[in-house]
Design a protein around this ligand. Structure first.
Ligand code: CP3
Length: 333
């Protein structure tokens, strides 16, 4: 059992395990070098040699407990034949949503398009750098993918007007997403993913009353599926006001908290293992402050099963030596 697996079955480990969301990414000069030569982000994710190399880059530098596969949640809409592009300084841009075409996607075509991702996972899993560590596969939650598929770009603060107008369309897409997310999860696991994380980055956009239909139920269906394959699942319902209710209904093996969640309060409310929380912007400050904030989380969760991580992804402006210092602080604790 790895320290992450021990933590996920609710066991407190002597050393707190650590990995970071977006640990493979633009703050690393070795990533930027590869990225410069590969302007098409989707093609980069579909290059199993490069994507596995990028996945392993942070493990070469830092004493992390897991690799998270270098891919993107939007590879699923791409596999469903919706156009997906990543524009510099803009973020993702999706093409027209053609329900008829998406409904006609068959499993074989979907897998053919995404096949390099599974090969990349296999390579990462077979590499010595991940020995006795976890390989984390992931998907976007149905709600967050729906947001991108209908909105076509990041909703930042709010959704486009009339987002919920076409209820038929929304319900059809949620059904299609559930089917293909399960296929995507199954193949990540078959090729060596040992933990799955579900990213629901836009859960916080919804009113309380809409959470059951768009967040709780669709996520619960995926969580139950992952559990049926005997693989632990971590959920990150970013921005929801009530993490406790989310955990009671969805019952993931662990929950990642965002940086707006007060760790002391959540500790009193949630019984399951907790991951994350530290504001990624703290990595942009100085070592003294980083140490102080890191120790705050470690002390609060010292008697609770806890995986160290951030409250969102590492930002591109981060100095790699600050990440090194963070990992060291956690490991020395
Ligand atoms: O290290 C890792 O965490 C693994 C790789 C990973 C990426 N995206 C790579 C990536 C993971 C787990 C994701 C998840 C993802 N992608 C989410 C959920 C987490 C979150 O950030 O809320 C979302 C919403 C997306 C969609 C997405 N992809 C956006 C909004 C962007 C543009 C914004 C940005 O940060 O540039 C991307 C592009 C993206 N995905 C990059 C990376 C490394 C940047 C690509 C580049 O080099 O330009």
């Amino acid at each position: 059992m790895t320290p992450i697996e021990d933590t996920l079955i609710n066991k407190k480990t002597t050393n707190t395990p650590i990995w970071l969301m977006r640990q493979a990414g633009r703050y690393l000069p070795e990533f930027r070098e590869i990225r410069k030569l590969n302007p098409n982000f989707i093609n980069l994710c579909l290059n199993e040699n490069l994507s596995s190399e990028i996945t392993l880059q942070p493990l070469k530098r830092f004493n992390l407990d897991a690799a998270i596969i270098f891919s993107d949640i939007l590879m699923v809409p791409y596999g469903l034949n919706q156009k997906v592009e990543f524009k510099k300084n803009f973020g993702p841009k999706l093409g027209l949503l053609n329900l008829k075409e998406i409904s006609q996607t068959d499993e074989v075509d979907f897998l053919k398009k995404l096949y390099p991702i599974y090969k990349s996972i296999k390579k990462v899993n077979n590499n010595n750098l991940t020995k006795n560590k976890n390989v984390i596969g992931f998907v976007g939650a149905p709600w967050t993918l729906l947001v991108y598929m209908i909105n076509k770009h990041s909703p930042k603060q709010e959704l486009i007007k009339n987002f919920f107008r076409d209820e038929f369309l929304i319900n059809r897409i949620l059904i299609i997403l559930e089917k293909f997310l399960k296929i995507h999860i199954e193949h990540q696991i078959k090729n060596g993913a040992t933990v799955i994380q579900i990213f629901d980055s836009w859960a916080g956009l919804l009113d309380e009353k809409d959470l059951p239909s768009y967040v709780y139920v669709p996520t619960l269906n995926l969580v139950n599926y992952i559990k049926s394959l005997n693989i632990p699942v971590i959920c990150f319902p970013r921005g929801v006001k009530d993490y406790k209710t989310f955990c009671e209904i969805v019952k993931p093996d662990a929950v990642n908290i965002d940086y707006n969640v007060d760790p002391t309060t959540i500790l009193k409310k949630i019984k399951i293992p907790i991951q994350g929380g530290l504001d990624p912007k703290i990595l942009l400050s100085d070592k003294e402050n980083l140490k102080k904030e890191t120790l705050k989380y470690l002390n609060i969760f010292k008697d609770h099963p806890y995986i160290f991580n951030l409250g969102h992804g590492v930002v591109p402006e981060t100095e790699p030596n600050m990440v090194e210092y963070l990992v060291k602080t956690v490991k020395d604790y």
